[in-house]
Design a protein around this ligand. Structure first.
Ligand SMILES: [Zn+2]
Length: 228
């Protein structure tokens, strides 16, 4: 996995904010372009029902996506500001809340009732240009996270140069991704020991990293390790 592959699997609001990782070359924006946004939306399609074209509808064109860049970036900027404060138990900037409300109001979700032959269905649908629908759906995802009491447990990855945020399913989770930062930290620890600098003084683990089974941080990431 490289730093240029978007991290996914966190709440949608965090996945959105995490499209701006810091790499060895500095901060990058993975959804700065039409191609970048298209790739990210493909990864998130299952979570954006009602905001993306349904089966049988024409797919988003490059023009649609080009028009979506500004509203999506705006939601991301305000999401980052609001989540940064809320996760530390502080009031989010009023501007951010206002902007997130505005984005939702521009294309509210309506539960469209239909009969599928066996039961009544109520799929969420939004009206308006694709970019506006998308921004509204993302702003709603941010609202979901901000109003979840678990927002105060959102953490930043412990790797020095990493700004990724995650919602830990397990309190011992330290990395945004075992494959990305967990491995790098393990290599750095190994290097420090070989140079005789001793183990990382902040290392909370009881056992040495060598005695850990390969992939154990992956298990930790999934909340499967040390579960009480
Ligand atoms: Zn990280």
């Amino acid at each position: 996995m490289t730093d240029l592959v978007p991290l996914t699997g966190e709440p949608l609001a965090l996945d959105l904010v995490n499209t701006r990782p810091r790499t060895s070359g500095g901060p990058v924006d993975l959804i700065a372009t039409v191609e970048g946004l298209r790739g990210w939306l493909n990864l998130q399609a299952g979570r954006l029902a009602g905001a993306l074209p349904e089966d049988g509808e024409p797919p988003l064109t490059d023009d649609d996506l080009a028009a979506a860049l500004a509203p999506v970036h705006e939601v991301r900027e305000h999401a980052a500001a609001a989540i940064d404060r809320a996760r530390r138990g502080l009031p989010p900037p009023r501007d951010a809340l206002r902007a997130l409300n505005r984005a939702q109001r521009a294309a509210p979700a309506v539960r469209v009732l239909a009969w599928d032959g066996a039961a009544v269905t109520a799929a969420p649908r939004r009206d308006g240009p694709p970019g506006v629908r998308l921004a509204a759906a993302l702003a709603e995802a941010v609202a979901d996270l901000l109003t979840d009491p678990a927002v105060t447990t959102v953490r930043q990855c412990e790797a020095d140069d990493c700004v990724m945020l995650f919602l830990p399913a397990h309190p011992r989770r330290r990395w945004c991704s075992a494959a990305r930062c967990g491995n790098r930290a393990r290599v750095a620890r190994h290097y420090r020991r070989r140079r005789g600098l001793g183990p990382d003084s902040q290392e909370p683990e009881q056992q040495g990293p060598e005695s850990r089974e390969p992939g154990s941080e992956r298990a930790e990431l999934a909340g499967g390790r040390n579960r009480p």
